[in-house]
Design a protein. Structure first.
Length: 188
């Protein structure tokens, strides 16, 4: 079964997925052309590939969904492998992937075309504005980056609640353990 976690920047998606993995879940690792942040490892947060490799994968139909973001004078690409998504939606074990709302729409379209009886849960991990702002500042993001990301998220997540099967709140008063327990209680 495939569980999709979607949430705005700093909503705790990676922390939730990390905890789910500790509890035996498998993660579908997505691809990006953006540079690694401090502490990130290839194959854990993302598969980090060049823009050229990313473009080749787009052209070959490798991705179920992909998106490009302009960051300063660069474009960062993100995408999810079709084959792993299809296989995970048919699997009996618990699989998880992090996607944007548009990514969810694109993945649902791929699954509807290629899989007759797929199993999928879509969780919207919701954090309020103050929680997100506090988390962005605590990880020392620059003010222009904070403003850009929050503005883009307001647009990208405008209809996220209509895609979700379940909304799970993750604000400063919530522990990751309790958030993950709510997800597991819903999915299992």
């Amino acid at each position: 079964m495939l569980t999709i976690i979607m949430g705005k920047t700093c909503s705790g998606k990676n922390a939730v997925v990390s905890e789910l993995k500790k509890r035996g879940w498998s993660q579908i690792v997505t691809y990006t052309s953006r540079p690694k942040r401090r502490g990130e490892k290839n194959g854990r947060e993302y598969w980090y590939i060049s823009e050229e490799d990313f473009s080749n994968k787009i052209n070959s139909g490798y991705f179920a969904e992909w998106k490009a973001y302009r960051v300063g004078n660069q474009i960062w690409y993100y995408g999810s492998p079709s084959e792993e998504i299809i296989e995970s939606s048919l699997d009996d074990k618990n699989n998880v992937i992090i996607l944007t709302p548009q990514g969810v729409v694109d993945v649902l379209a791929i699954l509807k075309r290629h899989v007759a009886d797929y199993q999928i849960n879509i969780i919207y991990l919701y954090s309020n504005h103050n929680t997100i702002l506090q988390r962005l500042k605590s990880r020392k993001d620059k003010n222009d980056s904070i403003e850009r990301r929050m503005k883009a998220d307001d647009k990208d997540f405008a209809n996220a609640t209509t895609l979700a099967n379940k909304i799970v709140y993750n604000n400063t008063s919530d522990s990751i353990s309790s958030v993950v327990n709510k997800i597991i209680d819903y999915v299992c």
